[in-house]
Write a protein that binds this ligand. Structure first.
Ligand code: D5M
Ligand code: FE
Ligand code: ZN
Length: 476
């Protein structure tokens, strides 16, 4: 167990900077000798040690994609996938599935034992041991350490994360119901596991995103809120004009297509179109004005007409009468392959939970929260809070497969970030600040569209508040 600062200093001694992923790799492998072996492999002209210099780590990606439709295909979240919840046993299946899927991702990296075995078998008293469990309780002790109750299918154990140990910042970000692995030593009475190392399912260090082998561009947006009196119709029409004349072939909408009815108290006073059918019809008419070559993907959000519990089903047929053939309706979440580039679309209701639970998380920085989702390989880890979750035999909120792009919305603030090769895009909104957002001190960044180049995975942002939308520079 060694500190980030020790690793950074060792690289600095060699006049090298070190990429954060390399630091995580060294810490996870708990092998200080790696540092010298990495340094040896950094060419003289190179200033930053990156994952490409780690011995034995080879970039991996599934290089070819076999697709029924090479242009656009719904991989996960097709119509009729989301099911109703029938009884309590569905929830048992749901959490078992979450545990099974995410623990198997961690298991390859830490040799975990069942919690029950740890509590019974003397062998574990002598050596460092590991468990994988779901966080069922969290608290800070009087001395400022983090005490976490972990549960697997055999039992539960308290784990103590010492605040003076390296990596404590990650322990502070633990949230309810996420699945983690812990390596540590047992206390004499076996009532406690002292953590030396925390493992999250995470994105593999070796992950390499797939890039399309032919030209193509997709526009990523969300939160149009048609029907609201704060819907920015003029800017929206300017976007439609612009995209019609562009080389963009795909338009992805990540939920809150319309403002809906009865979503929050007093909404009736803020609606231009107080009829849900008219709201969907209006959006259908707008989208029908686009050239038919543009393939459109429509996913629901918490303002849409379907159930709020995730996974949310597709918008039912009776609301789709004005939509053309080029519109495909998907669930929330959904994985859509666009020329082989997998885009995970998720409206983002769980932002409202994660922002309250992760220290430092804020509505202004959705890009950072998307990274937290990727580390947990879960779109909405905490059950029973603001984000309603519908149980199913399979936990559809697990992030699997790893997408090239995570596309969310909901917070109405544009945010772009990268994490281990995954591009995270929170598309803004087409609604100006509402009375509720004013109360909550949320300052939206409306009327922006993110355009994704499918060959390079480079995003660019176009601002339709301006008369001439030009791409804004995005820091890498
Ligand atoms: O969400 C618009 C904005 O309002 C977004 O930034 C989240 C915030 N919001 C929405 N619902 C809640 C709750 N329940 N708590 C805190 N913040 C919230 P929209 O989905 O468009 O209404
Ligand atoms: Fe919204
Ligand atoms: Zn929303």
């Amino acid at each position: 167990m060694f500190a980030t600062s020790t690793i950074i200093e060792r690289f600095l001694d060699e006049k090298l900077q070190v990429h954060p992923d390399v630091i995580s790799y060294i810490i996870e492998h708990n092998d200080i000798s790696l540092i010298d072996r990495i340094i040896e492999r950094v060419p003289a002209e190179c200033l930053v040690a990156s994952l490409s210099h780690v011995p034995g780590l080879y970039p991996s990606r599934d290089g070819c994609r076999f697709l029924g439709d090479p242009e656009i295909e719904v991989v996960l979240g097709r119509e009729h996938t989301a099911r109703p919840v029938n009884n309590v046993s569905d929830y048992v299946m749901y959490f078992n599935n979450r545990y099974k899927t995410l623990s198997s991702i961690i298991r390859g990296r830490c040799n975990a034992a069942p919690i029950e075995a740890l509590l019974r078998n003397d062998q574990y008293m002598q050596e460092e041991c590991a468990v994988i469990g779901m966080v069922s309780d969290l608290r800070t002790t009087a001395n400022g350490h983090r005490m976490v109750q972990l549960e697997d299918r055999t039992g539960s154990i308290n784990v103590l994360f010492n605040r003076s140990h390296p990596g404590f910042d990650e322990a502070e970000k633990l949230v309810y119901d996420e699945i983690i692995g812990v390596k540590g030593t047992l206390s004499q009475e076996r009532t406690l596991l002292f953590s030396n190392q925390l493992y999250r399912p995470d994105i593999p260090f070796s992950y390499q995103p797939y890039m399309s082998d032919k030209q193509g561009k997709a526009a990523l947006i969300s939160d149009i809120h048609v029907g609201s009196d704060t819907f920015l119709e003029e800017e929206w029409l300017s976007f439609l004009d612009w995209i019609s004349d562009s080389e963009i072939s795909y338009l992805l909408i990540a939920g809150d297509m319309v403002d809906g009815i009865g979503i929050y108290p007093g909404q009736e006073h803020e609606l231009m179109l107080p009829n849900i059918y008219e709201q969907y019809d209006r959006l259908g008419e707008y989208l029908s004005d686009l050239p038919s070559r543009i393939k459109i993907i429509c996913a629901p959000g918490n303002h849409d007409v379907v159930r709020g519990a995730e996974p949310q089903p597709v918008i039912p047929e009776q609301f789709r009468r004005k939509y053309c053939e080029n519109c495909t309706f998907v669930e929330n979440p959904a994985v859509v392959s666009v020329q082989g580039v997998k885009v995970l679309m998720y409206h983002g209701r769980s932002y409202d939970d994660l922002i309250g639970l992760i220290p430092g998380a804020s509505y202004e920085q959705p890009g950072d929260i998307m990274i937290e989702m990727l580390k947990r390989r879960h779109l909405s880890p905490c059950y029973g809070r603001k984000t309603p979750i519908a149980a199913a035999a399979e936990d559809r909120l697990v992030i699997d497969p790893v997408p090239e792009v995570l596309h969310t919305g909901h917070v109405h603030i544009l945010g772009i970030s990268y994490y281990r090769g995954v591009l995270c895009i929170n598309a803004g909104t087409w609604q100006s600040q509402t009375a509720f957002q004013k109360q909550m001190n949320i300052n939206p960044t409306p009327a922006k569209a993110v355009v994704l180049d499918l060959m390079t995975l480079q995003p660019s942002v176009y601002d339709f508040m301006k008369s001439e939308p030009t791409p804004e520079q995005i820091a890498d």
